[in-house]
Design a protein around this ligand. Structure first.
Ligand SMILES: [Zn+2]
Ligand SMILES: [Zn+2]
Ligand SMILES: [Zn+2]
Length: 270
């Protein structure tokens, strides 16, 4: 299948978001819109080869805490599928607002790593449990599908890439054609490296300058990006200690920080 893909950064911030509540650091007080970071999430738009043939397929990565604002800001009117990287609060807590879409479209498939399915079901037991809750019509209608290998959305192959998120848990990155999105990670094991060959666009976690037990620092992320060697690498999940313009100037041109609302064209799928 030959299609073009577009990546839209819905959010590029770490779990607190930027600005951080009550913080008066220079980045939190900055007027640069690229220093306003909602919680990390992205939309992959897959366009059919024949543009006249119809609409694109919208694949959402995570339902961030700021999901509603992100959907309004970007005027998203359809979600065809949701893929979860992991179950941390910043990546799932927007799930309730998906009901606006499922009310219009019907049930939406959402895909979860095996280790995140029960935590997601537990947090949203009213949506996934038996119909004992008295809020008919107010529930997100989702098919939670547990994945442990490559799967397809609307005929497009998606490859999960398991990487560590600190010593205790894992996270799934995802590859679709020449694009890979790998957030909340602290290492790229050899098996993952194999799945990340020949990328045009890589999205990678880069939390802050100083080391962190469960996220790549900037220098660790640069080292990993160099090993993976994508044509272009964009950093996400960025904290308030990093000013966008300063970081962008420090980094090489092929490894740059992303910002909320940024669109990256990924080109033809192979
Ligand atoms: Zn996170
Ligand atoms: Zn701050
Ligand atoms: Zn996390």
């Amino acid at each position: 299948m030959s299609s073009s893909i577009e990546l839209l950064f819905l959010g590029t911030g770490t779990s607190h978001g930027v600005p951080v509540i009550g913080c008066d650091c220079p980045v939190c007080r900055s007027d640069d819109p690229r220093n306003k970071r909602t919680r990390s999430s992205a939309l992959i738009r897959i366009f059919p080869d024949d543009a006249a043939a119809g609409v694109c397929t919208n694949v959402l990565i995570d339902t961030a805490v700021d999901f509603r604002q992100q959907m309004l800001r970007e005027r998203i009117d359809r979600i065809d599928a949701i893929i979860y990287t992991h179950h941390h609060a910043d990546h799932i807590l927007g799930l309730d607002d998906v009901r606006v879409f499922s009310d219009r479209q019907g049930r939406i498939d959402c895909y979860s790593p095996p280790f995140s399915a029960d935590p997601i079901r537990n947090v949203f037991s009213y949506a996934f449990g038996s119909a004992s809750h008295n809020n008919r019509g107010g529930l997100p209608q989702l098919n939670l599908r547990v994945i442990d290998g490559p799967f397809q959305i609307a005929g497009h192959r998606i490859v999960p890439i398991k990487v560590p998120h600190g010593p205790a848990i894992s996270v799934y990155g995802y590859r679709i054609g020449p694009l890979a999105y790998v957030t909340d990670c602290s290492a790229i094991p050899d098996e993952a490296m194999e799945l990340l060959r020949d990328l045009d666009v890589l999205v990678l976690d880069a939390l802050r300058y100083t080391p962190h037990p469960t996220h790549f620092s900037v220098s660790e992320a640069v080292a990993a990006a160099r090993r993976i060697n994508a044509r272009q690498t964009w950093f996400t999940h960025i904290c308030h200690r990093m000013d966008h313009a300063t970081l962008a100037a420090e980094l090489p041109p092929d490894i740059q920080p992303a910002y909320d609302g940024q669109v990256v064209s990924v080109g033809m799928m192979r």
